[in-house]
Design a protein around this ligand. Structure first.
Ligand code: MRU
Length: 330
């Protein structure tokens, strides 16, 4: 599969280059990031997005802090404030904390984190491919652009297609940021997987017609009982799939599980600017003066999940036990 990665690191120049995901697929523009402060702003503005990709970028943000002489504590604080929902950001920064003041150590840790993302996603793709068949529906973007590796849910879809199990993908456009239309459609096209774009409100009609065999999505943060936050619209899909008796899977690295949360109630849900709803790619679509609401994620209760696809295999209910086992916690 041809993979487009969301970033590359030029160690000699001390620059972390981000592929500007706000401009894809119409333009491929690379943005240089030289400081942790700039990285925090790039994550906030969604130049780079997707839970694992945010984690790797934040780790390199700390590398840049060392290279550019910024205070590690202040850099860590700025990066932690960039986006609240994906736990990978905090997980990566926790790991980098052990190397504050140590450039070599921070370089090694960031590189190790990136390599782990690749290895876990290869495993997730292979495990996930086994449970998918026919026509699958996915939401948001969970491919290499969202991770820096092979992708989670989209990695499994591409692998299942390679194995001849998945024939076709329904791609939710994913309003308001259009990750599905702009990024997933772009990645599936590059991977040579037949895909059809739909707007988010078409899923129920397709399910009722028997044209969806499985739904698979990614995860920004999962609690220990399997409740999870993912892109706004995921919950709606979960309820629809449940109603129609269609298998519904979440794919994630175990590092996206927050062991401090027993249930999804404590997951912080990011609220973004209403402008992103009032406009479509910068073009105003609603009358001036109209209010808009923009939660960027929603919460899906674990009871709607058929299985949780991880690097250690596919977990089935009861999820609280299965997740604890997989994480090795009592
Ligand atoms: O707001 P985004 O684009 O960062 O949201 C991304 C998602 O919701 C993905 O589904 C999630 O991060 C999983 S990525 C493998």
């Amino acid at each position: 599969m041809e993979r487009v990665l969301p970033f590359r690191f030029d160690e000699k120049e001390g620059v972390f280059w981000l592929l500007d995901q706000r401009k894809l697929p119409l333009e491929e523009v690379w943005v240089p990031v030289r400081t942790a402060r700039e990285m925090a702003e790039a994550i906030r503005a969604m130049v780079v997005r997707g839970a694992p990709a945010i984690g790797v970028s934040a780790a390199y943000g700390m590398v840049l802090a060392h290279l550019s002489g910024e205070d590690p504590e202040e850099s860590d604080r700025l990066l932690r404030q960039s986006r609240p929902t994906a736990v990978n950001l905090f997980h990566a920064l926790d790991r980098m904390r052990a190397h504050w003041g140590d450039l070599e150590g921070s370089l090694e840790e960031a590189w190790a984190l990136w390599r782990e993302v690749e290895a876990t996603e290869r495993a997730i793709s292979l495990h996930g491919a086994k449970v998918l068949r026919g026509q699958v529906l996915t939401h948001c973007n969970t491919g290499p652009l969202a991770t820096g590796g092979y992708g989670t849910a989209l990695g499994a879809i591409v692998e299942a297609h390679r194995q001849g199990r998945v024939a076709h993908v329904w791609v939710d456009e994913t309003r308001p940021y259009l990750q599905g239309a702009r990024l997933t459609a772009y990645e599936l096209k590059k991977a040579g997987v037949p895909a059809t774009l739909i707007t988010d409100n078409m899923a129920g009609f397709l399910m009722a017609q028997g044209r969806v065999d499985a739904v698979i999505v990614g995860v920004d943060r999962m609690a220990l009982n399997g409740d999870f936050a993912n892109k706004i619209g995921t919950y709606t899909l979960a309820v629809l799939a449940h109603h129609h008796g269609i298998p519904f899977y979440a794919a994630l690295p175990l590092s996206s599980v927050d062991p401090s949360l027993e249930s999804g109630r404590g997951i912080p849900i990011e609220e973004r600017s209403p402008e992103e709803v009032l406009e479509l790619r910068g073009v105003r679509i609603a009358p001036m003066g109209v209010a808009a609401y923009h939660p960027a994620f929603d919460l899906t209760p674990h009871r709607y999940l058929t299985g949780i696809i991880t690097e250690k295999g596919v977990l089935y209910p009861p999820f609280a036990e299965a997740l604890r086992d997989a994480l090795g916690i009592a």
